[in-house]
Write a protein that binds this ligand. Structure first.
Ligand code: 9L3
Ligand code: MG
Length: 134
């Protein structure tokens, strides 16, 4: 089974809300809400990939020291196995804005269940509730 490494981030604002993004039409899992991130490209360290993805998708600049590992997702899709570290970040430069047509939403951890997510992301929710409260 091919293992695909993807990195994701829970951006947390000063109110304790978490940013989720809706996967746009044309991508797989379109319409589902996810923690922003993407695939690790060859030659990249995970933190570099995440910083690149956050710039590409959200137009924010994040320093590596501001990324803290929280947990990970491990999920068997039909044709590959997804391994996805989840980082949390409370400090960034710029204001997150949609650069790829994806809708964005700041949501309390206890409300994340109201947003349909890829199955890989769902088990991450209790870890975020544990971190910031519901
Ligand atoms: N994925 C799942 N949850 C996430 C992210 C960022 C990604 N929070 C899955 C969707 C795709 C694969 O990982 O199957 C690669 O993501 P992308 O490069 O299409 O964003
Ligand atoms: Mg992505």
């Amino acid at each position: 089974m091919r293992i695909v490494l993807v990195v994701a981030c829970a951006l947390i604002d000063p109110d304790g809300r978490i940013l989720i993004a809706q996967r746009p039409e044309g991508k797989n899992l379109a319409g589902l809400w996810e923690f922003p991130g993407g695939k690790i490209e060859p030659g990249e360290r995970p933190e570099q990939s995440l910083i690149r993805e956050l710039a590409e998708e959200l137009d924010i600049s994040v320093k590596e020291a501001c990324l803290a590992p929280l947990t990970f997702a491990s999920y068997a899709y039909e044709d590959f196995h997804l391994l996805m570290p989840l980082y949390v970040c409370r400090r960034w430069e710029g204001t997150p804005r949609s650069r790829e047509g994806q809708a964005l939403k700041w949501v309390r951890a206890g409300k994340l269940r109201d947003y349909p997510m890829p199955p890989a992301d769902e088990p991450l929710i209790p870890h975020l509730i544990g971190l910031v409260g519901a």
